[in-house]
Design a binder for this molecule. Structure first.
Ligand SMILES: Cc1cc2nc3c(=O)[nH]c(=O)nc-3n(C[C@H](O)[C@H](O)[C@H](O)COP(=O)(O)O)c2cc1C
Length: 190
């Protein structure tokens, strides 16, 4: 496969607006781990900063900046807290505002929960949504369970074991992002 010299753009979508959200240090950690890799550009996209009205929905309310970030993206990391065994409503509201921008791009989900299951129930519900948007899901997730104990007061990760799991997840995501970029640029849809 001929590699494109252009860096991959893999933003991290922080999927909650909750005050005091523990998904924020998780999203920051994902940005930091992506930034350390060569050939990758990333940024944190906070759903709280995507200015969408809540009296309408779908592509009619597309935000130009978010749409351009999704157009530029080769892959997406979604940080998804578990709320009542599902994903957050505003995450879905923001995702629903685009469509063609996502097609044939990779996505990986990082689940966050206060309980012991690391957001897995929210992730399972989110996967068919991501598929319907045209994104290609990878087969690894990262799960932050009992997240209130994962970082110390300064926001530093307590258990370095998470880095090994994040590494596996990002390797798979980057492979899928590269493969799909090659497909988008070189393989015709018959
Ligand atoms: C409306 C709501 C529902 C929640 N439901 C669950 C749940 O079903 N399972 C769970 O483990 N934690 C649940 N939590 C706790 C969150 O998972 C916890 O706050 C975690 O830190 C991730 O969300 P955060 O980024 O908002 O902090 C819920 C929190 C809220 C605000």
């Amino acid at each position: 496969m001929v590699e494109s010299p252009r860096p991959l753009f893999i933003p991290v979508l922080l999927g909650t607006v909750r005050q005091g959200r523990m998904s924020l240090p998780v999203a920051r950690l994902m940005v930091s781990e992506l930034s350390r890799r060569e050939g990758i550009e990333t940024e944190l996209i906070d759903v709280a900063r995507v200015p969408l009205p809540v009296d309408d929905a779908g592509e009619a309310i597309k935000d130009p900046l978010f749409a351009s970030q999704m157009s530029r993206a080769d892959a997406l990391v979604v940080v998804s807290p578990e709320y009542n065994h599902g994903y957050s409503g505003l995450l879905k509201h923001v995702l629903d505002s685009c469509l063609s921008e996502y097609i044939h791009k990779a996505v990986g989900v990082v689940g966050v929960s206060a309980g012991p299951f690391g957001g897995t129930r929210g992730i399972q519900d989110l996967l068919p949504v991501l598929r319907e948007l045209g994104l290609v899901t990878i087969f690894w997730d990262v799960n932050f369970s009992s997240v209130q104990g994962v970082f110390d007061e300064s926001g530093t990760l307590r258990d370095q074991g998470y880095l090994t799991r994040i590494d596996k997840f990002l390797k798979e995501l980057v492979w899928m992002a590269r493969t799909l970029r090659h497909g988008r640029e070189h393989v015709a849809l018959e």
